[in-house]
Design a binder for this molecule. Sequence first.
Ligand code: SF4
Ligand SMILES: [Zn+2]
Ligand SMILES: [Zn+2]
Length: 310
Amino acid sequence: MKCTVCKGPAVIDVRRHNANFCREHFLRLCRDQVAKAIKDFGMLHPSERALVAVSGGKDSLAVWDILLQLGYQVDGLYLGLGIGDYSDASGDMARAFATERGLRLIEVDLPTDHGFDIPTGAKAARRVPCSACGLSKRHLFDEAARQGGYDVVVTGHNLDDEAAVLFGNVLHWQTGYLGRQLPVLPARNGFPRKVKPLVRLAEREMAAYCVLRGIDYIVEECPMAAGNKHLGYKEALNTIEVTSPGTKHDFYFGFLARASERFAADAAEQEQLQACAICGAPTPGEVCAFCRLVERATSVPVELGRRAAR
Ligand code: SF4
Ligand SMILES: [Zn+2]
Ligand SMILES: [Zn+2]
């Protein structure tokens, strides 16, 4: 197998590009694809301060690494979810990456800072773990970005993630979600801009990127993910991709180019937002969903929690 660019020995084939790459040209491909996504969607400017949500997994560490190489100013945020050994190991990976490179990693620990972990919180609130987790992550990333004065929050969602979410939204015709499923969500109502610079790169490529760059990442899946619908959608798309390479890319980028705007009106039904009475985050009700989750998970009545927050 020879590199399509330099004819040297190739280390990876990328079937949807119908090409093989040596180490150097594969790493360059990854950087180029991120640079193209940033340019095409106006994600980020070098003068802006970005905060990357780091899980200790391959995608978030790779996007941090690539953005730094491209000259962006990026700090990391690690959120401890209290999911047993998985959280301990993923925190270690995130810390080691930052320490070895002299980078700034902000840490928020759900059990220490908010008094509950994801398994307990989900049970108390009668939510599935990923729902309680997603809600907490969104809230805490937004809060950390606001407090730290960051212009933009970066996440490591890759092409496989976005195609799988799109697939689920289409299967159930979630038109509001379809209208919001964009690689850039502009800043609005006190929420920072959110960007996904890895949308042009697949999961397998991010794993290869980390191996080739010597980045240690947590390989195990989160134990709470078992039975997650999202994983089933990924598997279904992977089966199609085997016989038709490039399908995921066409599905997702075809949607962005030709369909997403048609759902913009469904996403636009915004409620009036006000400041949460407890934490001050923008929310349609008096108390935001995260503070209600904290209240249930810790069984502290809202009034008491409110006093404690003062
Ligand atoms: S799999 Fe679910 S619970 Fe685990 S980190 Fe992801 S969203 Fe959170
Ligand atoms: Zn080459
Ligand atoms: Zn709140």
